[in-house]
Design a protein around this ligand. Structure first.
Ligand code: ATP
Ligand code: MG
Ligand code: MG
Ligand code: MG
Length: 472
């Protein structure tokens, strides 16, 4: 089937609309009233209020395509076919309405029926929790899966920390021997760490609440929470090697090729660079569009880290000056139909990114110089540990996120002295604390504003206001 990513997203929403679901818009990546989360990281994250019973939805059946950010996957990005820091999760939800049977039957119908996705059922297999006989029986007897396609694994219990949790079942698509055919590979099974059996959909049967004190209590009503990665199902349908050759990423990669001195496909290393850049572009673009801004803390630190990481990978394909801001229109063009807000804020997003890129480039070469000097000194001493005090100096003076220094030095076989770095951070916090105690509040305010003003003079007052809020 030739379907675009936009077709597939819409098809999912339409399917569940036909099953009586209300379509909820994609919520902001920046959580509202949820101090436990830095970013919205799944479809259910924006619906917690319904799941824990705080709010009763008008319709207990909900469907959405939710923007999500997961930084825990950052190391995988560019190196696996399937991980992103920003992705869209397609999900259907039941708030105390339907439960396992409907959720599983509908998932199967959507994936295998010809008028919907129309996958060959012979390519699909599932995992269930070892104690979830109910789910096992439904797959086997109601849906008719062969027993060897139903795998029981312990990890099938879903828990995002505070909030709804419970056993789950996951659906995998076999992409064929091309992506793994070594029978002695212990990871080559659905649920294992491999790229052949691609995890596409997770159906969570949330029946417990994970309380703040880490106890579990049964929820007043049983819920369904599912999540399917749009990029992954598009990859399978468009039959691409990785998610990055789908229509969700390809134009960003092509635009990057026009600036780089390498082409996508030149080498594994070059490809990783193109993928990292395309991935981080989408994340930063959407995050800024939702009101986050680069800074040295929290969400802002994540953005700073992503942008600087992309710059590092860009150097490897011959890009030595600010360029990411030029790719924003590519992102917004791909996403405009479903996410018009990005297009609307395009210029603002470009300004934020360009400023951050310029700021980083100003100090980058100096920082790299320091990096190599220190490594040389340490090598002479017979050490391959990069001192924590220097990691801190690079962070504090040159704006190198710790993780970035770590990655840079790792290329030369170095590790960083994490403990020493944390000690320096603690000392800095201590200094800040005592400074705060000394100064009166008025002076502090001036100090913060002064700093922000100097740092951000380029982007104007709207940004200053937001950034000031974030600093508070
Ligand atoms: P994986 O095992 O591949 O890392 P996961 O089990 O961590 O995925 P879930 O938490 O079950 O993922 O999320 C539900 C679905 O969202 C997954 O089945 C997948 O399709 C998609 N997904 C999860 N994490 C990512 C990511 N980092 N990038 C792209 N899609 C993702
Ligand atoms: Mg994961
Ligand atoms: Mg998984
Ligand atoms: Mg999963």
């Amino acid at each position: 089937k030739s379907l675009t990513s936009a077709d597939i997203r819409q098809m999912f929403l339409d399917f569940f609309k036909e099953k009586g679901h209300t379509v909820e818009p994609s919520a902001s990546l920046v959580p509202h009233e949820d101090p436990t989360l830095l970013w919205i990281n799944s479809g259910v994250a924006t619906l917690k209020k319904y799941f824990d019973g705080r709010v009763i939805p008008e319709n207990p059946r909900i469907v959405n395509a939710q923007k999500s950010i997961r930084t825990n996957d950052i190391e995988n990005v560019g190196f696996t076919a399937r991980h992103h820091t920003f992705f869209e999760m397609l999900g259907n939800f039941s708030i105390g309405d339907y439960f396992k049977e409907e959720a599983m039957e509908w998932a199967w119908e959507f994936l295998t029926e010809d008028q919907w996705i129309g996958f060959d059922p012979g390519r699909l297999s599932v995992t269930v929790h070892p104690e979830d006989d109910e789910a096992y029986q439904i797959w086997k007897d109601k849906i008719g899966l062969d027993e060897e396609r139903i795998i029981r694994i312990e990890e099938n219990f879903w828990d995002i920390g505070e909030g709804p949790s419970g056993p789950n079942t996951e659906i995998f698509y076999d992409r064929g021997e091309k992506y793994g055919n070594d029978p002695s590979d212990p990871e080559l099974y659905p649920g294992g760490e491999n790229e052949r059996y691609l995890e596409i959909w997770n159906l969570v049967f949330s029946q417990f609440n994970h309380n703040p004190d880490d106890t579990y209590t049964p929820l007043p009503k049983k819920n369904i929470d599912t999540g399917m990665g749009l990029e992954r199902i598009v990859c399978v349908i468009q039959d691409t090697e990785t998610n990055f050759e789908t229509d969700l990423f390809k134009p960003i990669i092509e635009a990057t090729e026009n600036i780089a001195n390498k082409k996508y496909g030149d080498s594994v290393e070059a490809d990783a660079s193109f993928k990292v850049i395309a991935d981080h572009m989408r994340t930063v673009t959407f995050a800024v569009s939702d009101g986050a801004l680069p800074s040295n803390e929290g969400r802002g630190y994540v953005l700073r880290r992503l942008l600087r990481r992309a710059v590092r990978f860009a150097k490897q394909i011959g890009i030595d000056k600010p360029f990411m801001y030029k790719l924003v229109p590519e992102v917004s063009k791909i996403m405009v139909d479903f996410y018009p807000e990005v297009k609307k804020k395009e210029e603002f997003i470009q300004n934020v990114i360009q400023t951050e890129e310029e700021r980083f480039h100003e100090t980058l070469n100096e920082g790299l110089q320091i990096l190599s000097t220190i490594m040389k000194q340490e090598t002479e001493k017979g050490s391959s540990v990069f001192p924590g005090t220097e990691v801190f100096r690079l962070y504090d003076t040159y704006g190198f996120p710790k993780e970035l220094t770590e990655e840079y030095v790792a290329e030369a076989g170095f590790s960083i002295d994490e403990e020493g770095f944390q000690e320096e951070m603690e000392k800095q916090r201590e200094r800040a604390r005592s400074a705060r105690q000394k100064a009166d509040s008025m002076q502090i305010q001036e100090g913060v504003l002064g700093e922000v003003h100097v740092e951000s003079s380029f982007i104007g007052y709207d940004v200053l206001n937001v950034e000031t809020k974030l600093l508070e």
